[in-house]
Design a binder for this molecule. Structure first.
Ligand code: AMP
Length: 538
C-alpha cells in the first residue's frame, strides 16, 4: 500500500515565511551596548532578513557555504539566524568567549566565507584577523554608525529591503553549525540540518518541554553562539512569541531590569547566571516586579536542588534540562509526571534536581561494561542517546568515530543513573568521577550539596591521587563574599547526606573556580593545580 501524504520538507524557510505572515505585530526587543532598548516588530525582522538574503546573494554566497557570526544576542543576530539558512547557506555561530587562537582555528576548519561581526567585538576580530581568511567582513554598527574602512556596513548592505523568493530547500540540507566547546582537545564541529532544527523546535515548544507559545515573552540568556541558544530563537519565531534579547549585558541587575520591563515569562541559561540572579534577589527582594511564575530553563551544568528551592520562594519556576552541542541541544527536560504533584516536597525537589526524562523521539540508555544498565535509579552507566536531532558524526573529522557505538548510538561521556520512571540523573562526566577503593563517588552530588550550604557560592570536587585508595575527593570551595567557614563545618554539612567514604578529605578555599567559555567548571585545570596536593599541606 502506498502512503498518500505530501512530500513537504521540514525547513526553517517555512518557520520564517510563517512568522512574516502571521505574526508581523510580535515584538523583538534588544538591549544595546549603551544599555538602551532597541524595539521593532517581526514585520521589520522579516523584511530586514529578506534584505540580508538579497545582499548575501549579491555577494555570491552559494548553497552550503558558511557564514560566520561573531555576535551577542540581539535582533540582528536573529536576522542572520534566518536569512543565512533560508537562502541555502550555513549559519556558523562563533563562540566569542574562546581564545582567539581557537576561534581562528574553528573559522578556518569550517571554511567560513563571510563574517558578520558586532562593532563592539571588532577588537576581538582584530586578534583573529591575521590568522583567518574571510572574503568579506560585515560589521553591525550597534554602538556607532560608521565602520572601519575596508569592511562592509551591515546597515548599508541591507538598506534597500525587497521581497525575495527563497530557494527550494531539502530538509536534509545543512542549516547551521556549531563547535562543541569541550573541556579538552580541539573543538569539534556539528552540522545541523533543517530537519533537525525544525523537529527540535516542535519538540521544544511542547508543554512538557519548554512550553513556548505565542503569548510568551522569551529571553535567551544562553548565548546565540552556544548551540543556537538552545534552539530558542527558532522555537520562539515558530510560534510568534515576543523576544527580549539581553545584548552584551549579562549582569544580574541588567537581566532583572529586562525581565521586569518586558514582563518576561520564560528565560534560559546556565546555573552560573542564575546563581548571580539569586544573589541579587536575596539582596534586594522587593526591587524587581517580575512576571509571576516566570520559567527559568537551566541547563549546561547541573541545577542544584538548593537553587530550585530558592527560586520557588520567589515564585520563579526552574525547569531543569539536559543537552549537548551534539544533541541540538535539548534532549531531556524535567517535569513532574502525573501523580508526582502529590509527592512530598522533599521527593519533588530531589526529582526536579535530576536532568529529566527524554523528549519524544530521543532514546536513551545507560551502558555499563556488562551492557545496558537497568532503570533502577542506582546503577551508573554512560548515557547513550539517539534521535533525529542527534549528530551522526563531526564535520571533517575522522578521529572521533568511537563516540558512536556500533549500533548507532551517540556516547555522551556523561555518567548517569536512570530511575524506574525514566528520570535521568547525571552523576558525572566520565573523566571527572572519583574512584576511591574501587567505588565510584559522584563529584556532582557532592558539589550540589555543598552549594546548598548558606556560606558557599561555588564548589568543585576533584579526584586527587591517594596511595591507599587510589583516588580521594578534594573539595575546592568559593565562599560567598564576606563569609568564612571551617573544614569541619562543611564536612558536617555533608555528613548526614552521604556515605562516610564519600566525604572529601579536605576543603580548599579559593577565590574562583576556572570555567570554560560556556560556564562549565574547568576541572582539568583544577586537577593540574592540585596535582601535588597532600593532606596537611602541599
Ligand atoms: P555542551 O556541548 O557545551 O553544551 O556541553 C554538554 C555537556 O554539558 C553535557 O555532556 C553535560 O556534561 C553537561 N550538561 C548539560 N546539561 C546539564 C545538566 N542539566 N546537568 C549536568 N550537566 C549538564
Amino acid at each position: 500500500m502506498q502512503a498518500t501524504m505530501m512530500d513537504f520538507p521540514l525547513t526553517l524557510a517555512h518557520i520564517f515565511e510563517r512568522a512574516g505572515r502571521l505574526f508581523p505585530e510580535s515584538e523583538i526587543v534588544s538591549r544595546m551596548p549603551d544599555k538602551s532598548l532597541h524595539r521593532y516588530k517581526y514585520a521589520d525582522f522579516y523584511s530586514r532578513a529578506q534584505a540580508l538574503i538579497a545582499a548575501l546573494r549579491k555577494l555570491g554566497l552559494k548553497r552550503g557555504e558558511r557564514v560566520a557570526t561573531l555576535m551577542w544576542n540581539h535582533h540582528v543576530h536573529l536576522e542572520a539566524y534566518f536569512a543565512i539558512p533560508c537562502m541555502g547557506g550555513v549559519l556558523h555561530t562563533l563562540n566569542l568567549r574562546l581564545s582567539p587562537d581557537d576561534i581562528a582555528y574553528i573559522a578556518n576548519h569550517a571554511q567560513d566565507r563571510f563574517l558578520i561581526v558586532d562593532d563592539v567585538l571588532l577588537p576581538l576580530y582584530d586578534k583573529i584577523r591575521a590568522n583567518t581568511n574571510f572574503e568579506k567582513v560585515i560589521v553591525v554598527p550597534l554602538s556607532r554608525s560608521s565602520v572601519p574602512a575596508g569592511l562592509e556596513n551591515y546597515e548599508t548592505l541591507i538598506s534597500r529591503p525587497r521581497p525575495v523568493r527563497l530557494p527550494r530547500l531539502k530538509e536534509e540540507d545543512p542549516a547551521g553549525m556549531c563547535y562543541s566547546s569541550g573541556t579538552t582537545g580541539r573543538p569539534k564541529g556539528v552540522v545541523y540540518t533543517h530537519r533537525a532544527l525544525v523537529l527540535h523546535s516542535l519538540a521544544s515548544a511542547l508543554p512538557d518541554v519548554m512550553g513556548i507559545g505565542n503569548s510568551d515573552t522569551v529571553t535567551p540568556v544562553v548565548p546565540m553562539f552556544h548551540v543556537n541558544a538552545w534552539g530558542i530563537p527558532f522555537t520562539a519565531v515558530m510560534v510568534g512569541a515576543k523576544l527580549a534579547f539581553p545584548g552584551p549585558h549579562l549582569g544580574a541587575a541588567s537581566l532583572l531590569d529586562l525581565y521586569q520591563s518586558e514582563q518576561v515569562t520564560l528565560t534560559a541559561g546556565v546555573p552560573t547566571i542564575w546563581a548571580g540572579i539569586l544573589q541579587a534577589l536575596d539582596h534586594e527582594p522587593s526591587r524587581w516586579k517580575l512576571s509571576a511564575g516566570m520559567r527559568m530553563v537551566v541547563g549546561g551544568a547541573a541545577a542544584p536542588e538548593s537553587m530550585i528551592r530558592a527560586f520557588d520562594k520567589f515564585g520563579l519556576r526552574v525547569i531543569h534540562g539536559w543537552g549537548m552541542t551534539e544533541t541540538t541541544p535539548v534532549a531531556a527536560v524535567n517535569y513532574l509526571k502525573r501523580g508526582l504533584e502529590s509527592a512530598v516536597a522533599d521527593e519533588q525537589y530531589a526529582l526536579r534536581a535530576k536532568q529529566g526524562v527524554p523528549l519524544p523521539f530521543v532514546e536513551v540508555r545507560a551502558m555499563t561494561g556488562q551492557g545496558e544498565a537497568p532503570w533502577n535509579g542506582t546503577t551508573m552507566g554512560e548515557l547513550e542517546v539517539r534521535g533525529p536531532w542527534v549528530a551522526a558524526g563531526y564535520h571533517d573529522l575522522d578521529s572521533e568515530l568511537d563516540k558512536w557505538s556500533e549500533d548507532g548510538w551517540f556516547r555522551t561521556g556523561d555518567v548517569v543513573t536512570i530511575d524506574a520512571r525514566g528520570y535521568i540523573k547525571i552523576t558525572d562526566r566520565i573523566k571527572d568521577l572519583v574512584k576511591s577503593g574501587g567505588e565510584w563517588i559522584s563529584s556532582v552530588d557532592l558539589e550540589n550539596a555543598l552549594v546548598g550550604h548558606p556560606k558557599v557560592a561555588e564548589a568543585a570536587v576533584i579526584a586527587v591521587s591517594d596511595p591507599k585508595w587510589g583516588e580521594r575527593p578534594l573539595a575546592v570551595v568559593v565562599l560567598k563574599p564576606g563569609q568564612s567557614a571551617t573544614q569541619d563545618e562543611l564536612r558536617g554539612h555533608l555528613a548526614p547526606k552521604f556515605a562516610k567514604f564519600w566525604l572529601p578529605d579536605a576543603f580548599e578555599f579559593v577565590a574562583e573556580i576556572p570555567r570554560t567559555s560556556t560556564g562549565k567548571m574547568l576541572k582539568a585545570k583544577l586537577r593540574e593545580q592540585f596535582k601535588d596536593w597532600k593532606p596537611g599541606g602541599r
